[in-house]
Design a protein around this ligand. Structure first.
Ligand code: NAD
Length: 349
């Protein structure tokens, strides 16, 4: 196994390998950059096929968090952790206790949050043992309270991001009649679809869970399509809200949408696919910019929750994206490259 030679190892400040024989914990905590503040990022639990795969994942994800928080204007660095194991069968109180101890040893340099394979309940359990956890506070909403789940803020950021892309690419201020294909109507995708529907957009949706599709069809009048049919629809916007790496050599040639703007992480299979979208005249909203609502939400939780300030901050994604789109058009560069350069200018200072 090699670590230093991994492509994504570049620039990492600290990578910690944790093991605890008694509980079976095997975890990696990666701190990419803490120039702007403590490294905050999700704790993913996954049955990785190999340790190499786990290292690759944690390094790539922690690096991404640095860029995301910097561009969202947060005083946070980038970090991520992975626990190697099956979240359904290997997670135990003892394993989480050992993970909390590892967090305490880092003394706040890394702050964990919920991610694939971990839940708000897990974070609440950790919070009884360490202060270095986020995404645990119940927050006020228009109709009551919601849990620490940041999905509503992510959906709001994605919604204003789609509006920015529609403004830049189609020259329209309104979403009335705009045709949007949403891939995945789970926590973020369904909330986003609700907002799009309320704004007058026409919706197509897909998912692998039938109950999610039934809900979108009956509540939002969305047209349901098969998962493989979502790419080639004659729509204005393709909004990926399910999986990563869905912009690749197979899918890009199918796209008829002139805009790709959705919440999924790591949408481009490779960086060159950003150039390919540009070449085809498709405007791409860089994933870590448009889906930053969640990290902004978690940040406000730690700085004293002010709902009005949070919503204003998330809505700022509109302006950030417009700036990226304008620069990209002027400099004839892919939007992802422009976003990376803007982020680096902030955290490399
Ligand atoms: P989720 O699991 O609630 O929703 C994902 C949905 O996609 C599910 O309904 C699932 O059935 C569906 N899906 C899975 N495979 C599919 C396929 N092949 N075709 C179509 N649908 C498929 O997850 P979420 O919290 O809504 O997150 C969605 C995406 O946004 C993920 O990529 C996540 O990493 C990213 N994201 C989420 C947040 C957040 O706050 N939740 C923040 C930033 C980024």
């Amino acid at each position: 196994m090699s670590v230093f030679s991994q492509r994504d190892f570049a620039d990492h400040e600290q990578v910690v390998f944790v093991s605890d024989d008694a509980s079976g914990l095997k975890a990696i905590i990666a701190i990419h950059n803490s120039n702007l503040g403590p490294a905050l990022g999700g704790c993913r639990m996954w049955p990785y096929a190999s340790e190499d795969e786990a290292i690759r994942d944690v390094l790539r994800l922690s690096r991404g968090m640095t860029y995301k928080s910097a561009l969202a204007g947060l005083k946070l660095g980038g970090g991520k952790s992975v626990i190697i194991g099956n979240p359904r069968t290997d997670k135990s109180p003892a394993l989480l206790d050992a993970f909390a101890t590892a967090l305490n040893r880092l003394n706040g340099r890394y702050i964990a949050a919920e991610d694939s394979g971990t839940s708000v309940a897990d974070m609440k359990y950790l919070a009884e043992r360490t202060a270095h956890v986020a995404g645990i506070v119940d927050k006020p909403t228009d109709t009551g309270t919601r849990s620490g789940d940041p999905s509503p803020a992510t959906a709001l950021g994605t919604f204003v991001g789609i509006k920015a892309a529609v403004k830049a690419q189609l020259g329209r201020d309104s979403l009335e009649g705009v045709r949007v294909a949403v891939q995945g109507v789970g926590n973020v995708g369904f909330d986003l679809a609700q907002q799009l529907h309320a704004a007058g957009a026409q919706l197509w949706v897909t998912d692998i869970h039938k109950d999610n599709l039934v809900r979108a069809g009956s509540e939002l009048g969305a047209t349901v399509v098969a998962p493989e049919a979502i790419y080639g629809l004659d729509v204005d916007v393709f909004a990926p809200c399910a999986l990563g790496a869905i912009l690749n050599d197979q899918t890009i040639p199918q796209l008829k949408a002139r805009i790709v703007a959705g919440a999924s992480n790591n949408q481009l299979a490779e960086a060159r696919h950003g150039s390919e979208l540009m070449r085809r005249g498709i405007l791409y909203a860089p994933d870590y910019v448009i889906n930053a609502g969640g990290i902004i939400d978690v940040y406000y939780e730690r700085t004293g929750f002010d709902r009005a300030a949070l919503l204003k901050h998330v809505e700022g994604i509109y302006g950030t994206l417009l700036e990226i789109f304008e620069r990209a058009a002027k400099e004839q560069r892919p939007t992802g490259e422009v976003a990376d350069a803007l982020a680096e200018a902030r955290f490399k200072r």
